[in-house]
Design a protein around this ligand. Sequence first.
Ligand code: 26V
Length: 804
Amino acid sequence: MTQTLHAVPAGDAIDATALKADVLKHLTFTIGRAPEDAALGDWRMALSFAVRDRITESWLASERAAREAGAKRVYYLSLEFLIGRLLEDALVNLGLAEAAEVALRDLGLALGEVVADEPDAALGNGGLGRLAACFMESLATIGCPAIGYGIRYEHGLFRQQFEHGRQVELPELWLEQQHPWEFERPGSRLRVGFGGHVHQVEGRTIWHPAEEVEAEAFDTPIVGWEGQWANPLRLWSARAVYPFDLNRFNHGDFRGAAEPEALARTISRVLYPDDTTDEGKALRLKQEYFFVAASLADILCRFERDFDDLALLPEKVAIQLNDTHPAVAGPELVRLLHDERGVEFSRAVEIARGCLSYTNHTLLPEALESWSEGLFGHLLPRHLEIIERIDAEHYGAHPDRPGSIFEHGEIQMGTLSFVMAHKVNGVSALHTELMKETVFEGLHQVHPDRIVNQTNGVTPRRWLKSCNAALSDLITETIGAGWVRDLSQLERLEPHLGDGAFINRYAAAKRANKAVFSNWLAGDYGLKVDPDAMFDAQIKRIHEYKRQHLNILQTIAAWQAIHDDPQADWTPRLKIFGGKAAPGYHFAKDIIRLINDVAARLNADPVTSKYLQVIFLPNYNVSLAERIIPASDLSEQISTAGKEASGTGNMKFALNGALTIGTLDGANVEIREQVGPENFFLFGMTAAEVTARRAVPDHARRAIEGSAPLARALGALRDGTFSPDEPGRYHGIADNIAGGDHFLVASDFAAYHAAQTDVSRAYGDRETWARMAARNTARSGWFSSDRTIRGYMGEIWGAAPLID
Ligand code: 26V
């Protein structure tokens, strides 16, 4: 079925008048505030409600259309959705950004200030969660009927502050103010059980949980480009079945009376609880089962409302597991079909597999999930039995295969997910090949058609149209507005790349973004920077494999070189860092402190600071990325080859005209293929060379002997140059690099240093640089998450769009 559901007129005067009236109506009747008393937050709420009304119309029409078409539904299960702010995105997608600007101006307000007042919803850690958010937007743009399922954490990712350069973590309070986007669904609460025992009655297995909590749904509609389609993001919140113990209260035990509620709510309290303790581990597993059980109950309820034959399930329902966090969906779906609906066990497994597919997002051994059989069996006794039977049946069918779901007394969630999925995908071409050769080698041999690749992408609405107005306007003026829905149209810029006037305008757009960013830096951080300096950014989680320490070590080497010859023709650079370290990851926290200490020393250096400045922006999040990316010239994608599954920041930078300095890792490989090797600064070992290099005895020492700048930079870490009050502060980092150096910082240093010298030289020729940058934009159309989602729809889900 093809139809246009909800035509939203372009942002014009009629929209502005109607929107203004709706804002005033909501301010009065939803917020209960008179205009003269309204604070910025009240206006934001009123505007958000006015916008939500429009999205809701589209959403309800979408749901009706999907139901009438009997369409296949996609359910995206993810413990993380890093959605960021929603107001601006919604305005842009509804074509109401200009109308809102006009309406607010009439009311004496600036749209920019209103949208910036929205808290940044950080219900995710990084790439995996942001990918889920981009996917939700693309699903709506494409018109694929879908629901995203996750947890409505009270506290998202922690807020990062620096104290004397050190990271401190504070709770994130995104729900402190009213959240205008969601619809609470008290009417559709579901119960989720834990623990207890299993017994047989007349051949049927019955699980009696020892404990139950309630899952309450909150729906946030996500609207696609031009408002034609919207899908819900359904987040579950935990609460007690009996929230209040009146008996205990009446006996004066007020604390005890409130306890059941407090305990139940713990489940949806925080994103990624610290799982170094047994209690933390149990809580994490409870979170996983809680949202999976609630989501699958919801999915089956929707299915059974429209269809009465469970055999149709794989035809009508596609369930995507975003990493292994929802892996218990396999055994849970089998339980619902076999135990609760009487489907024969093997048939139940077959039906479940027909619905389920799994995305792997990392091959790092320390990041692969496993649960001890003891803990798992204690919380989910029936699921443990089901997994044992699935494993036995799989083993029976493939007796010569290596490995099992159970290894070293632990349930391997990656193996479970693989066995229960009809398709398993990696997130870049290289990563998918490495999956076949390493972690899933044995399983790939017995299921050679199961692993497929779906290279990640990013939504061009947020990551170009909305965050980079200067460049978006230039593109639209040059090739029309079709690129917003079909990013491959960016290739139509290609014929303009030889046109000096176009290149000048392209460079001017970047320069304007840099000026805005510089003013913001000066205002909020007191750092005065030259907008004509090269803006060189590394923004991502802090991790040894991402090698922020390689970047800062090279920065030190560059600083030392400038000192040696301050009169030389140095290309001025601003090094921008952003990213959070996991609270218990001490080495990553030391890297943050080092970067901050280096920044303090370099920025105060009268000899070098006109050429080299460093800033580490605290509390990196989606909104900060939206500021940094459009203003950057150079994108640092320097992970140890083979370790970064894909990366998505790398795509955002290329799209916005930053050149990449990077290794052959993750999607960097495909970015380089697309933009052309001459528009990409490649350095470092390949994944295969990394493996070989690790086997070389003393590889780090050899590398240091071969590179005087590296030895000298390490010397500055050792002699307390950056920590005069505590000279030993960075010996740990220096020893790590000079010692085991698992991530091969030393071995890749010389190549990186040389590539950075090439970058500086290239930046000196501004016109050539701008042309290379424009070529990156023109050739980044492939990295739209619309393309990725179409890949999933065609090759994994068998789903079709319901709009043109
Ligand atoms: C998790 C952990 C957990 C504890 C120890 C260290 C560690 C290291 C990495 C991870 C990553 C978890 C999964 C994840 O977020 N992967 C990211 O997914 C992105 C979307 O596919 C992808 O672009 C990134 O390359 C990948 O790291």
